[in-house]
Structures are given as C-alpha cells and as structure tokens.
Design a protein around this ligand. Structure first.
Ligand SMILES: *[C@@H]1O[C@H](CO)[C@@H](O)[C@H](O)[C@H]1NC(C)=O
Ligand SMILES: *[C@@H]1O[C@H](CO)[C@@H](O)[C@H](O)[C@H]1NC(C)=O
Ligand SMILES: *[C@@H]1O[C@H](CO)[C@@H](O)[C@H](O)[C@H]1NC(C)=O
Ligand SMILES: [Zn+2]
Length: 487
C-alpha cells in the first residue's frame, strides 16, 4: 500500500474519530440544526449564541481547517475551501460529496458546491408569467406584516411542514374547530417534493384546505433568502408555487421567509412584493424548536401564557409562530395554546382572517392548469360513482353499502368501517369505496425515505439528524476507500 493510500484512510478515520469523540449531538448542533428546524428568533434577525448561521459557518470552517491540517484536499471533500463536488453528487453540510439523502437534503446541503434537493424542480407548467396584481387592503412586500388587525383573534401558524406529525395536528385542530395557517416548505429536510403522489404530503395539504386552514409558502427548500442570489431567491418562490399548484390548482399569496430573514438591502423584500406576496412575520415566537422535549416544552407554554395574559381579548390580537416539525409542538404545546386562548376569550383564525382579507385573495389561481390526470376526486364533488348504489351512512358505520360522504359523522371510512375525519379514518386502511381517503400516514420520519429503514422510530429532529450525520460519516469512509483504490 502506498503512503497516500494510507494517508487517505487515516484522514477518514480521523474524521470518524472526531465525530465519535464529539458525538453526533455536538456535530449536529454545529452543522445541522440551525439549517433544519428553526426560524430566527426575532422578526429582525438577531443573532443567538450557538444558533446564528454565521457562528455555524465558523465552526464548520474550523472543522474543515482541522482536517485540512493533515490532508492534501482529497477530492471527496467540498465547500468554500475545497470547491465543487463531482457532477451529479451533493455537498453535505459537513463538506463531503455524496448522493444519499443525508448529503442532498436541503437546506443543509451546500447549494453552491454540488447538487442539492434545492435544485430539483416540480413538474408541470411554470407559474412565472401568471399576473400578480396586489389585490385587497393587506400590504404586500416590501412591507412586512407582524401582527393581526382584528381584535380578539389569534392566528396560530405552523412552519416547515408538512411532516409526519402534521396529521395529528390536523386531528387536534379539527377537534377544537380551530383554523390555523401552514407555511409549507416544498422539499426540506429530505422529505421529498410535496407534490410527489407517492408521498403523504400532498394529501395532508389537501386535507388542510378541506378543514378550513390557510396554506402559505415557506419557500421550496428553506434557504436563507437574504444570503442567496436574486435568481436563487426567485427559484425558491416559483418552485414552491408550481408544487402547491400541482396539489391545489392555485398557489398562496402569503409567505414567511425562512429564519424570518429577508433583510433590507438584500433586495429580498422588494422581490417578494414583485412576486405578489404578503410577507408575514409574528408578534412572538413560542421557541418551540428549542424546547422539543417533555421537560422543556413548559418554557414555550410559559412564553405563550405571558404574552396572552399581558393582553386583553377585547383589544388585542396575536400572530404566533410554531413548527409542526416538532413532536412536542403537535402533541403538547398546541393544545395548551388552544385551551389558554379560548379561556381568555380569543378566537382562533387563519392569518388571512385575522387581517380581514377575503379568502379569494389568499391564493392565485393558475387558469392554465388542468389538473392531474390520475388525481383523485375532491370530496366536495359529492359521492363517487360506484357499481352498487350506496346510501349515506345514518349510524356512522360504512362499507360496501354505506358511504361516509355526506354523513354527519365525517367523510372518511376507516378500516373498522366507521365514518370520521381524523387521520385514523382518512389515513392508513381508509376505504376509498366508502368515502374520501386523504392521508397515507407515513410510517417513518419526516425525512420520508423509503430506502432508509434506519429512520424508523426517530423521535425528533435531533434524533434524525444524528442518523444523518452517522450516515454521512459512513458514506465518507466508503468514498475514501474508493479514492484510495484509485490512487
Ligand atoms: C407535556 O408538557 C408537560 C409540561 O408542560 C410535561 O410535564 C408532560 O410530560 C408533557 N406531555 C407529554 C405527553 O409529553
Ligand atoms: C349490501 O347489500 C347487498 C344487497 O342489498 C347485500 O347482499 C349485502 O349483504 C350487503 N352487504 C353488507 C356488508 O351489508
Ligand atoms: C368532516 O369534514 C368535512 C369536509 O370538510 C366537513 O364538511 C364535515 O363537517 C366534517 N365532519 C365532521 C363530523 O367533522
Ligand atoms: Zn422555517
């Protein structure tokens, strides 16, 4: 074995040792987390120790430098110091080339140094040339909207989804009859494109509109709009439009910039105005992404209570940010927010409603769009034709002879032959012949990756990130061995 072969292997082992010593959590915090889960803390980007993307870049640079001290820039590394990956491969957040979900998932993947999910495009006609008049009284960009205007309303907003938790959240909101607003990201965190019919996301988005929620845009792949080029920024908006249009036939006029970052001087706010978007921020942040554990989520509840108790439902209104990417947000915090706000006399509404903007203004229709050839019928179109004439269920049971469509028990027929509107009715096992079926509940992580059994049982973003880093390290080892064999 030649010296440089040995060297290449040693380098890789050093890299692995580094991640073992420091553990996936730290590596994770340093490299993965800021890009994946949180929006910035304040409406104006205020750096937070340990969470500032700049800080993260520094740390990842340091990691590069450490490795560089003993390497000769082996060609499986990438990034500002190393350059671009070989054609067709992605540059991971840790600076390694590869083709796995871990390498290509955006926004972590370095979009200027290789392929990324960011570069994938939804199919179908472009939305670029659709006219974007500024209709209604709610201001469009460059102005930012930070609060509601209708007293007594509370607009709960959920960013970064849909995710594997979103079905449960929709059940909860149904139960409280509480409309909310979803700021949808098209292809973040390795979940695949939202309009891919083999993934659960499109059905969840459809269910949101059926349940009276508002759909808004949170960009295609969650890049920081202040840090990319004007062309990349436009791509971030237009690709998400195409994907949402592929699901709903129209696309949103409301958006929230990832990390709430759309800084003056970057041209971001003006560009969003030109594209006909309302830029929506918030009154206060629940910090839910920082408190995603049963031990910590009380902190978010306290923030929520503090703000709401300081106001009065006769005069105040609230525009609140949370994330359906987090388990505790969906299974714990949201019910607390719903209960508390109801007790204090607030009415849960969508962002459009809390600004008194008529529903027609929330979306732009694409008149050229004729829909999917193989798209299933929307439930509003009434009972579907079938061989046996079906009667509407009168007792909540359904099956061969009774349909849930039009019944007062809900529109979906569960595997247990009961009508209802929850994910357990409309999801796995749902009977298409006896009602509407919306949600194919994913059995693994929000990184919807059928090829990755390792993601099963991942409980949180942090866990799945740990897996991601591990996978990246292993892939790097394999790449290093290949490189060594070439030499
Ligand atoms: C919900 O949050 C509380 C703290 O507010 C915590 O004690 C409880 O364990 C959490 N419940 C679940 C199911 O995680
Ligand atoms: C449905 O109706 C048909 C004909 O009326 C009957 O033969 C069949 O047993 C019914 N099926 C169920 C599950 O009740
Ligand atoms: C179920 O959802 C449909 C469609 O939105 C709605 O019309 C119906 O009232 C809901 N039924 C129940 C029981 O929630
Ligand atoms: Zn976000």
């Amino acid at each position: 074995m030649h010296l440089h072969q040995l060297l290449a292997i040693l380098i890789t082992l050093a890299g692995l040792a580094y991640s073992c010593i420091h553990g996936p959590t730290e590596l994770n915090n340093a490299i993965e987390e800021p890009a994946t889960s949180q929006d910035q803390l304040q409406p104006e980007p205020v750096p937070m120790p340990g969470f500032d993307p700049v800080d993260v870049e520094d740390q990842s640079q340091r990691l590069h430098l450490q490795l560089r001290g003993i390497t000769q820039q082996p060609n499986y590394q990438c990034g500002p110091k190393y350059g671009t990956c070989p054609s067709g491969t992605c540059c991971s957040s840790a600076g390694f080339c590869g083709t796995t979900t871990a390498h290509c998932r955006s926004p972590d993947c370095m979009l200027d140094y290789g392929l990324c999910d960011t570069h994938r495009s939804p199919k179908g006609p472009l939305t670029k040339d659709i006219p974007r008049p500024h209709i209604g009284r709610v201001p469009y960009g460059p102005q930012e909207i930070r609060s509601c205007t209708v007293p007594g309303t509370i607009a709960l907003t959920f960013d970064d989804g849909p995710t594997r938790y979103t079905g449960d959240l929709l059940d909860l909101l149904d139960r409280y009859d509480a409309p909310a607003t979803f700021f949808i990201t098209g292809i973040n965190n390795g979940k695949g494109p939202i309009d891919d019919p083999s993934l659960p996301w499109a059905d969840l988005i459809e269910r949101m509109t059926i349940s009276g929620h508002q759909i808004a845009s949170h960009t295609w792949s969650h890049e920081d709009l202040s840090k990319i080029t004007a062309e990349q920024r436009q791509d971030q908006m237009l690709k998400n439009e195409v994907a949402i249009r592929n699901i709903l036939g129209s696309f949103p006029t409301y958006m929230r910039p990832p990390y709430s970052s759309c800084v003056p001087g970057s041209g971001c706010r003006e560009a969003l105005g030109d594209l006909g978007y309302h830029i929506v921020l918030y009154d206060f942040d629940t910090d839910d992404y920082k408190n995603d554990s049963p031990n910590l989520i009380q902190l978010s509840k306290d923030i929520f209570d503090r703000f709401l108790n300081a106001g009065n439902s006769k005069t105040n209104s609230w525009l609140i940010i949370a994330h359906d990417a987090h388990e505790q947000t969906v299974h714990n915090l949201t019910e607390h927010m719903l209960k508390t706000s109801a007790r204090l006399g607030y009415r849960p509404v969508t962002v459009g409603d809390c600004l008194r903007d008529p529903r027609d203004n929330w979306y732009r229709a694409d008149s050229s769009w004729t829909g999917h050839q193989n798209k299933k019928k929307s439930p509003q179109k009434g009972p579907k034709k079938s061989n046996a004439p079906q009667q509407i269920s009168v007792d909540g049971t359904c099956g061969a002879n009774y349909t849930c469509l039009g019944s007062r028990f809900g529109i979906c027929c569960s595997s247990k032959n009961l009508c209802g509107n929850t994910t357990s009715h409309c999801g796995h096992g749902c009977k298409k012949e006896a009602g509407y079926c919306a949600v194919h509940v994913p059995s693994n992580g929000d990184a919807w990756d059928p090829l990755s059994p390792g993601s099963k049982g991942a409980k949180s973003e942090a866990d799945s990130n740990g897996r991601v880093v591990g996978t990246a390290a292993v892939t790097s080892l394999v790449l290093a061995l290949i490189v060594a064999m070439w030499m």
